[in-house]
Design a protein around this ligand. Structure first.
Ligand code: PEP
Ligand code: MN
Length: 338
């Protein structure tokens, strides 16, 4: 912790800050410059992280030296985390994982059919929402537990592990029972009770970036899960809200190298919810692969016109298959395989 004093800070005010630091069991190291006095705090920073140092008279600025996200930070492990989901290695630097499927599980026929399509195309994880976070309360809310059972059936048929969203702490047991990866959606990225709950789960968790969340916010939300003991966390960039309305969100691809620089956790990119229009998805998916994403999540539907959610952004099976071919080529250029 470094405390920068105001130019007009008096000797009494500086002494008062030093006394407080000693009282909290740390050592002040004061450098008096011509313009300002800077106090370095020596000792375990977590002891004074919560103290209102900025409230002390004479203090201009307080800068922590340690990162607030300790377990999520790259320094914590100094190697990239690899999460094994039924043999699919997420975060392996030589692999690119494709997670694909419909926005929502709609029926037995629909999920089984799409599961087979995405598997054939090269996906290794099946996605599908059973609990849907819809902007309107009148929109299709998902099939709930029935949807989870259908996902399990699709896994049985295809061998693909499944990822599905958990929205409410009351459904944690059901989702944990059926899902191979628990998804926390953008709207719940800062639902701290939900984050703590999945932190106590054994299953891997994919945490999506909130629409108005900074990189630091995402990492602090991940820290909530990690600090409860679940170290199998992956992060997902899915676009943030900006002034632009042409796209559904603004896919922030700089989040990929930024998150990988700051953290050891795998990073997935979801260009579907980022772009919101199926025409834009292939280019953004290829860019995400080139940016170093560990995985790509894409919505696919065999009959988008009849889809109960996000039909306009679902890729058609043949287009998805062609895109997988292109993703393979870009991945190969950076030493990865699908
Ligand atoms: C989803 O993946 O189904 C979803 C709702 O995404 P997001 O939380 O990113 O909006
Ligand atoms: Mn969707």
């Amino acid at each position: 912790m470094i405390i920068i004093c105001k130019p007009e800070a008096t000797d009494e005010q500086i002494a008062h800050i030093e006394d407080a630091i000693r009282k909290w069991g740390l050592k002040p190291h004061t450098s008096r410059g011509v313009e300002r006095t800077v106090i370095g705090v020596i000792g375990p920073e977590e002891r004074i992280r919560e103290k209102p140092l900025a409230a002390f008279p004479g203090v201009a600025d307080v800068t922590p030296v340690m990162k607030l996200y300790k377990l999520a930070s790259y320094e914590f492990t100094r190697k990239r985390t690899v999460i094994d989901v039924g043999g699919v290695k997420i975060g392996d630097q030589k692999k690119l994982v494709l997670m694909s499927g419909p926005c929502s599980v709609e029926s037995r026929e629909q999920i089984l059919e799409i599961a087979k399509i995405v598997k054939k195309a090269g996906a290794s994880v099946l996605r599908g929402g059973a609990f849907k976070p819809r902007t309107s309360p009148y929109a299709f809310q998902g099939l709930g537990k029935e949807g989870l059972k259908l996902l399990a059936e699709a896994r049985q048929e295809t061998g693909l592990p499944v990822i599905t969203e958990l929205m409410d702490t009351k459904d944690v047991e059901a989702v944990e029972e059926y899902a191979d990866i628990i998804q926390i959606g953008a709207r719940n990225m800062q639902n701290f009770s939900l984050l703590k709950e999945v932190g106590r789960c054994q299953k891997p968790v994919m945490l999506k970036r909130g629409m108005a969340a900074t990189i630091k916010d995402v990492l602090l939300s991940a820290e909530y899960i990690l600090s409860e003991g679940n170290m199998k966390v992956m992060l997902c960039e899915r676009g943030i809200r900006t002034f632009e309305t042409y796209t559904r969100n603004t896919l922030d691809l700089s989040a990929v190298p930024a998150l990988k620089k700051e953290s050891h956790l795998p990073v997935i990119v979801d260009p579907t919810h980022g772009a919101g229009h199926r025409d834009l998805i292939p280019t953004m998916a290829l860019a995400a692969v080139a940016a170093g994403a560990d995985g790509i999540m894409i919505e696919v539907h065999n009959d988008p016109e009849a889809a109960l959610s996000d039909g306009e952004q679902a890729m058609l099976p043949d287009k998805f298959e062609a895109l997988v071919g292109q993703m393979r080529a870009v991945a190969a250029a950076i030493g990865k395989q699908i």
